[in-house]
Design a protein around this ligand. Sequence first.
Ligand code: FAD
Length: 489
Amino acid sequence: MSRQGYEVIEAGEVREWSDEADVVIVGLGCAGVSAAIEAREAGADVLVLERASGGGGVTAMAAGHVYLGGGTRVQKAVGVEDTVEDMITYLMMNTPEPDEAKIRLYCEQSVDHFNWLVDHGVPFNDTMYKGKEVLQMTDECLIWSGNEEVHPFREKAKPAPRGHKVAEVGHLGGAKMMELLIAKAEALGVRILYDAHVVQLVREGERIVGIRYRVFGEDRGFIRARKGVILAAGQFTENDELLEEFLPELLDEGYTRQFTPYDDGAGHQLGRSAGGVLKHMDGALVTAAFYPPESHIKGILVNKEGKRYVAEDSYHSRSSLFTTRQPDRTGWLILDEATYSADPPHYGAYPLVDAFETVEEMEAALGIPEGALQETMRRYNENAARGEDPEFKKGRKWLTPLDHPPYAALDASVGQATYMAFTLGGLDVSIDGEVLAEDGKPIPGLYAAGGCASNIAQDGTGYSSGTCIGESTFFGRRAGRHAAKSEGA
Ligand SMILES: Cc1cc2nc3c(=O)[nH]c(=O)nc-3n(C[C@H](O)[C@H](O)[C@H](O)COP(=O)(O)OP(=O)(O)OC[C@H]3O[C@@H](n4cnc5c(N)ncnc54)[C@H](O)[C@@H]3O)c2cc1C
């Protein structure tokens, strides 16, 4: 099934256990460290095995946005009003197959979870970044990190910014979070083995009772888990075989996959070998952002037929995914002289096709059927002049007629713009992180959290930055607590 092994092994084949712990955790990213801290604080002896020579995982590559709301300390400090119900409505609308119980709990306990992160050493400043950005390079905290202000979400749920960036200038908020949480886990007495690659789960009857691991390819034997094994081994973005099976589009050269060398879906494979079920494996965060500069949001995205296909003020992963669904995955961002900015696009990098004196000329050069783009722009400009967008209901502040030639066409197509991607699917788990079998029942002794579990984030159209770290830490904690309190073998 896989290049690494990862098949389950029966306990009868284990001659000797080299170590044991109440809770054994596979992987030291944000899910693993949160599970470890929570299990340790619940009184368990906790051992984490991390394949790399240090903790962090892909979390350490992250900007460090955490999606939290319902009235966090930061929201209150900067005067943002938010309610649990609005947050629930928003996440329910945004998620293709929402698990209401999980979303509800996540939102209801969001303020508590924010406080937990702070109490365990993760700093957030009481400030807000006001611009529309993919990632603020300042240490300002709160940012609009989703589609809250976008139609149809804004009409159903009162918009509030909920992206909380860890207090760190630049893009390494995730690394800072990991450094601080690992230090906390160590101070609490969590044991950590580095360079320890978990390759098999051990099963006794129905129950998972331990793991087998290797160090630099050499078998180091078995470790017994008295209460449970928690898989927190991250995403499968690096694993071509799993992508071929579930998400072949990401193997296209037009996508730049973002991963660490150990994002091979080990947790997915270990869990599946024990009878776990994989969910939403075709979901990915795929994005090629065309802002900043903000003025580009005032442009329009059109396909080969000269038609618009999304509200351009959508969150970048939403507009990007809509582009990937257009004929030949082709689209252009059309701007005029007033909205075009030569500022280097920080993300996405949409190459400039050319500048054109007239819309007719641009239409012909892009190979759009004669008259189609002219008609789209005529209608758009007419409505925009009245501050309206009946077709996609783009927010009023982004509406302005595009009527200052020359015009620019930037290429949004897959293969031209820089599309970045990472996977979102994972093991089906209960609200407490128990890995569920085909019949919907928990597999005794086995848990999963973070990138190798499926909880809230399912696809890019509804993704809000911060959801992954938010759910990984939140449900990681729940898995840690549940495992620590379970009766065990
Ligand atoms: C560039 C980038 C930026 C991002 N920014 C954000 C953001 O700002 N906010 C947000 O919410 N999400 C963000 N994400 C997504 C988010 O970072 C991840 O979903 C989240 O960090 C996953 O956490 P994790 O603990 O599950 O996995 P990881 O942090 O990857 O940790 C998994 C760990 O398991 C280890 N491991 C793997 N296999 C084994 C094995 N067999 N044995 C032992 N150890 C193993 C790995 O080495 C790794 O250390 C970003 C993703 C990328 C790629």
